[in-house]
Design a protein around this ligand. Structure first.
Ligand code: HEM
Length: 336
């Protein structure tokens, strides 16, 4: 039996990949996606990407992706510690491995149950109505901004029982800077800079919420209270809340914005979904008991998630040498 080889790399394609790569670079990581697709078509579902300063094995087929995502966590570790997301989130659940990851998952788990959200449904739609009441017919609104306003406010209500109100204006730039810091960008080849100053602002905002909650005599039963009770260290607690805030609101902002964008492009589907909402809900608000009838809306949202997934690249780090689809991946390799 021959020993498994390294996955194929772009050197096999030469100029055929160099030209599109050079054209793509000025457009950042967004420009790189078509190049990755070209490499997948030519090299297969597992291939090497060797850029100056950035080397990874790209896994682009469902079977290989399943193997990485469901494989032993000590083999497919979360990610390199120097990546911006790990620097931003510190010891947050998203970037922690092993027993500590399991412990943090258990602490956050009650707030991820369906029943946790069902109990807060009415509060959510009232809130969204209040925020959307400010929109006027005939005016132009940037839906990316509006969706972020809604998801940030909803997040704080649902998980912290807190209305950010005027504080939202102060949080806005720090949140945007944190999101942009962890997104794919020049750090992939140049190395990650320090987290932006906005990250420290977010951390002190969350630490103030944590300290206030520790002193509350009759705290509400929400995520913030669960974290405060289970995690005595304010810094570790803030890492979990920052992780949930960024992971929770930015994904939903993207999902909602792309869904509205697609509905705007396709008025036939917009009208169909509007008619379905009118017929199914009548004058009732959406509730866990009546939303199952919104079949077309469900399909539209799923299609938007398929076409424009809010998270479209994931990173892992090989904790030991593994064989993936017949290729040898040495320990320490970044897997995309
Ligand atoms: C459309 C909405 C969402 C999408 C598409 C999405 C997608 C994802 C993906 C792909 C991961 C895995 C990342 C990786 O393995 O590198 C992840 C993890 C995570 N997400 Fe979401 N997410 C969404 C909503 C949310 C919400 C609403 C919250 C919290 C309120 C949340 C909190 C988390 C956390 C804490 C993790 C880390 C879990 C762990 O490490 O065990 N996400 N999400």
């Amino acid at each position: 039996m021959t020993a498994p080889e390294a996955p194929p790399g772009p050197e096999r394609l030469g100029l055929r990949v160099l030209r599109p790569l050079l054209r793509a670079l000025p457009h950042g990581f967004g420009g790189l996606l078509p190049v990755l697709e070209l490499l997948r078509q030519e090299l297969g579902e597992v291939f090497r990407l060797d850029l100056p300063g950035f080397r990874a094995v790209v896994v682009a087929g469902p079977e290989a992706i399943r193997q990485v995502l469901t494989g032993p966590p000590d083999v497919y570790r979360w990610r390199p510690e120097a990546d911006p997301v790990a620097r931003l989130m510190g010891r947050g659940v998203l970037v922690t491995d092993g027993a500590e990851h399991e412990r943090l998952r258990r602490i956050l788990e009650p707030a991820n149950r369906r029943s946790y959200l069902e109990d807060r449904c009415r509060e959510l739609w009232r809130l969204v109505d209040r925020l959307a009441d400010g929109w006027q017919s005939g005016c132009c609104r940037d839906m990316l901004v509006e969706m972020r306003r809604i998801t940030l406010t909803a997040f704080e209500h649902v998980y912290f029982s807190h209305d950010p109100g005027p504080e939202l204006a102060e949080l806005w730039e720090p949140v945007l800077s944190a999101v942009s810091y962890i997104g794919p960008g020049p750090w992939l080849v140049l190395g990650a800079a320090e987290p932006p100053p906005g990250a420290a602002h977010l951390r002190s905002y969350l630490t103030a919420l944590i300290r206030r909650r520790r002193q509350a005599s009759d705290p509400p039963d929400d995520l913030l209270t669960q974290v405060v009770r289970a995690v005595p260290d304010d810094g570790l607690a803030a890492d979990q809340l920052l992780t949930m805030l960024i992971a929770g609101h930015d994904t939903c902002t993207a999902a909602l914005s792309w869904t509205l964008y697609l509905l705007g492009l396709h008025p036939r589907w917009l009208n169909l979904v509007k008619a379905e909402v009118r017929e199914t809900l009548g004058r009732e608000p959406p509730e866990p008991g009546n939303i199952d009838g919104l079949v077309w809306l469900d399909r539209v949202v799923r299609e938007a998630l398929r076409l424009y997934p809010p998270i479209h690249v994931g990173m892992r780090l090989a904790g030991s040498t593994v064989t993936l689809q017949g290729y040898r991946i040495p320990a320490g390799t970044r897997i995309m």
